[in-house]
Design a protein around this ligand. Structure first.
Ligand SMILES: Cc1cc2nc3c(=O)[nH]c(=O)nc-3n(C[C@H](O)[C@H](O)[C@H](O)COP(=O)(O)OP(=O)(O)OC[C@H]3O[C@@H](n4cnc5c(N)ncnc54)[C@H](O)[C@@H]3O)c2cc1C
Ligand code: SF4
Ligand code: SF4
Ligand code: SF4
Length: 457
């Protein structure tokens, strides 16, 4: 029997840890690895040509290179923090939150600080929906605004950057920016050309089946051409007043599903979540030159147009932002560090608690990914947290597995099975809540009776 080759396929993807970022395939080249969409609706590397075990793919993989677990410093180094929005007409409306990513990328192009940027745009292709696009076209950057809660992979964009001289800025999720940072250190050409990396704060991401499930519920079953996850559709809903909408290949639009309904139910319980997200402690993309996020703070909840927070880690990006503010293209004010931590408290709690608990519990996968100094860390595997994570991991695994039928003639069966799973979880939670309410009621009655008897003794 031949020796098993050690590369990202055997060491990362086979262990269910791949986030599908495509950095490995991008640097390794098409003669070696290529990204493929798997049956569960997530990208992973596949062998294209012979492997010489050079180790390059492993050395750039965010889920292979060991990192420190740093719950005490989730933000990483900070140069400035602002809260605000783009004042350029249309930018904020089209954006996920306040449009500061789109504004920053456009300003970099306008000032000539970079030659091209990499944004995730609609492909209009029912096979891919979205893909990173390398562009200098301001309209393409504007059209790419908005969050895509679906897999995207960067191997093609990295190939372009390696092939074409220039200065580039890339926006991605923390896993992708961390892989790109590793690649920039390993591959000198990439290091020279990747001028800025921008991170989107991330709680977790989902397989394509999340989108297919929502689309089918909203009236577009079968192939999709496009999906919009944050259509600012309900002004009364404030910052949470956005919805999901899908478009069929013939241009037919689905109804708009409010985020606070089914999407939020699925999101909160990690249905369709990638397995690697349960092992990811990077909330902010702390290796990026700037991180962008929603201003989930009480003073901005009621603002339906959306508000962004931006944390810069580079004097150049801070200076660019200050110039945009001074010239009226951005409305923003400084924000204290504590407010950022407050705005992202949910994501920080979940991700740090998940990884910290796994580490404290002696989970071998978590220990293979993180350097951990148990002394000084407050984590202990408490039963409630472990129970919740295990439940979420089960929901994620079951929904990924059941979703395998989408895109095949048995797609309707997959969808039906997923509906039953979601319905069962909803029913179970409601029953548990009702039972808990009854028990509280009985307990209060019992206490009242005890008080009454005591008084009348
Ligand atoms: C999967 C996911 C999870 C997120 N989780 C959180 C969270 O928990 N808390 C929070 O505050 N914010 C989260 N965000 C970030 C948030 O949704 C906004 O992207 C952020 O507030 C920036 O908004 P904006 O209006 O400045 O960006 P915009 O001006 O709308 O620009 C967004 C840019 O991001 C790019 N982009 C969109 N989707 C992707 C993607 N999947 N991969 C790479 N690039 C992409 C677009 O091409 C565009 O250039 C998440 C985003 C994603 C995609
Ligand atoms: S040849 Fe190198 S880069 Fe290619 S798969 Fe093997 S180890 Fe990875
Ligand atoms: S670099 Fe990205 S795509 Fe490649 S194996 Fe690692 S996580 Fe997966
Ligand atoms: S939680 Fe981590 S691994 Fe998952 S999508 Fe977000 S950054 Fe990537």
């Amino acid at each position: 029997m031949g020796k098993r080759q050690a590369n990202v396929i055997t060491e990362v993807a086979a262990r269910g840890l791949c986030c599908g970022c495509g950095v490995c395939a991008g640097v390794a080249g098409a003669g070696c690895l290529a990204m493929r969409m798997g049956r569960e609706g997530q990208y992973a590397p596949a062998q294209q040509g012979p492997c010489t075990e050079c180790g390059l793919c492993l050395g750039v993989c965010p889920f292979f290179v060991k990192k420190a677990f740093q719950p005490d410093d989730p933000l990483g180094p900070v140069t400035s923090i602002h809260v605000g929005w783009s004042a350029v007409p249309g930018e904020r409306e089209r954006a996920a939150s306040g449009g500061l990513v789109t504004r920053t990328l456009t300003a970099l192009l306008d000032r000539g600080d970079v030659d091209r940027v990499v944004v995730v745009g609609d492909t209009g292709d029912p096979e891919t929906w979205f893909a990173p696009m390398v562009t200098a076209d301001r309209e393409a950057v504007q059209a790419a605004a908005g969050s895509k809660y679906a897999p995207v992979e960067f191997s093609g964009a990295i190939g372009t950057i390696l092939a074409e001289e220039g200065r580039y800025a890339v926006v991605g999720l923390p896993c992708a920016t961390s892989g790109l940072r590793l690649a920039a250190r390993k591959v000198p050409v990439l290091g020279r050309r990747l001028r800025y990396l921008f991170g989107l704060v991330c709680g977790h991401n989902n397989t394509r089946q999340y989108t297919r499930f929502l689309a089918a519920k909203a009236g577009v079953s079968g192939p999709l051409r496009r999906a919009v996850y944050r259509l600012k559709s309900d002004r009364d809903g404030g910052a949470f007043g956005y919805g999901f909408q899908a478009e069929a290949p013939d241009g037919r639009l689905s109804s708009v599903v409010p985020f606070t309904g089914l999407p939020s139910f699925l999101w909160g319980r990690r249905f369709f979540a990638w397995n690697c997200c349960f092992y990811c402690a990077d909330v902010f993309g702390s290796e990026a030159d700037a991180s962008f996020m929603d201003a989930w703070l009480p003073e901005y909840y009621r603002v339906p147009a959306g508000t962004s927070i931006v944390v810069t880690r580079s004097a150049e990006i801070r200076e660019l932002l200050e110039q945009e503010i001074a010239e009226g293209r951005v409305v923003a004010e400084p924000l204290p560090r504590e407010a950022v931590l407050q705005a992202q408290a949910g994501a920080i709690w979940y991700k740090h608690r998940a990884v910290g608990t796994l580490l404290a519990d002696g989970n071998r996968t978590a220990h293979s990914l993180y350097e951990w100094a148990p002394a000084g860390q407050p984590w202990a595997p408490d039963r409630e947290t472990l129970r919740a994570f295990r439940q979420h991991r089960r929901y994620a695994a079951w929904s990924r597995r059941l979703g395998r039928g989408y895109g095949t003639p048995l797609g309707w069966l997959s969808h039906r099975a997923l509906e039953l799973l979601v319905g069962w979880v909803r029913f179970r939670e409601q029953t548990e809540r009702r039972l808990a309410a009854r028990l509280r009621w009985v307990w209060r009655g019992f206490q009242a009776l005890a008080r009454h008897l005591e008084k009348n003794q």
